[in-house]
Ligand binder design. Structure first.
Ligand SMILES: [Zn+2]
Length: 316
């Protein structure tokens, strides 16, 4: 069985394919980060928006790098600890690819369900001490001149991760409550904002609760916003139960009071709405539709927040 030392050695000898930029180490740092924050909790590494987002955060520190994630995600299979698990009936196609790597995330997702690591390697990464040794080995080997930039990303991500823990704790330990406050808005806090967004996107899987649209770009950007039910500037409330995932269109309509939600999480459409255009896009079609909700009921939008929205914002 391979030991920590063996894996560190393997990582220090990652193959490079024509490019000099270390995309593979950036992907490994992203995977380590997602394991650290519980976004990856089993040995299945999906080409998910949060993985792409994390990868992009590291590569963004190097403006001259133009690499896309599908490159390292595919080629790490040559390094002895990373394997690709094909989708049903795609095994032959995947095996016959060789060096003709699919040149889009979409194509790669059609072929690959997920990547997975050597089981002992994955287990090492779930333990904080060993994880840190591996992470430091990556930085030491591939980013000796850019240590500061990489460590800044890690530190910022750890702050976001800690804030996410607090948001979850709030839900599991306290009933939802809010106060409408009169003080001026606090200075924008990117850690707070990102933590809230990540939690909402995690539980709603980047899907609009109202129309179920899920659109994600190759850079991990999504059509959905983490919307506050009682706006943040009024409630200062980042409780996950004051949040909902909405596409740009339905976020706007929700904030304008053109749609709201009843006690049964069904869409209410304002009678004052005036709309024209293709029938399938009209708000009136949404009336009484049940929205899609997180799997766990404790994360559902709070009834108090929805009641506030119906009373103060909705144009019945
Ligand atoms: Zn929508």
């Amino acid at each position: 069985m391979s030991t920590l030392r063996d894996y560190v050695q393997q990582i220090e000898n990652l193959g490079r394919f024509r490019q000099s930029a270390p995309y593979k180490p950036c992907l490994l740092l992203a995977v380590i980060q997602l394991i650290e924050h519980g976004d990856i909790h089993e040995n299945k590494i999906q080409l998910s928006p949060n993985l792409i987002d994390a990868f992009t955060k590291y590569t963004a520190k190097f403006p001259d790098w133009k690499g896309k994630i599908y490159n390292p995600f595919y080629y790490l299979k040559n390094d002895g600890f990373w394997y690709l698990y094909p989708n049903v009936n795609r095994e032959t196609q995947l095996n016959s690819l060789g060096r003709r790597i699919p040149s889009s995330i979409r194509r790669l997702r059609e072929l690959i369900a997920y990547a997975y690591l050597d089981e002992p390697f994955f287990n090492l990464l779930t333990q904080s001490h060993e994880r840190e040794i591996i992470r430091q080995a990556i930085i030491e080997k591939y980013f000796p001149d850019r240590r500061q930039a990489i460590e800044n990303v890690i530190r910022e991500e750890q702050q976001i991760g800690e804030h996410r823990q607090l948001l979850i704790q709030e839900v599991t330990e306290y009933p939802f409550s809010y106060q409408v406050r009169s003080e001026p808005v606090e200075a924008e806090n990117p850690v707070r904002r990102t933590a809230f967004r990540r939690e909402i996107m995690h539980w709603y899987n980047y899907t609009c609760a109202v129309c179920q649209l899920r659109v994600v770009t190759e850079e991990g950007k999504s059509i959905t916003d983490a919307a506050h039910i009682i706006p943040f500037h009024i409630s200062y409330n980042d409780d996950i139960r004051n949040g909902i995932s909405l596409c740009k269109l339905h976020h706007w309509a929700f904030d304008q009071g053109l749609i709201s939600l009843n006690e049964n999480y069904e869409v209410k459409v304002s009678r004052l709405i005036s709309e024209e255009g293709p029938a399938e896009w009209r708000f009136s079609n949404l009336h009484n539709n049940l929205i899609c909700l997180p799997q766990n009921e404790i994360l559902y939008p709070a009834q108090d927040a929805l009641a506030w929205h119906r009373e103060k914002v909705f144009r019945e």
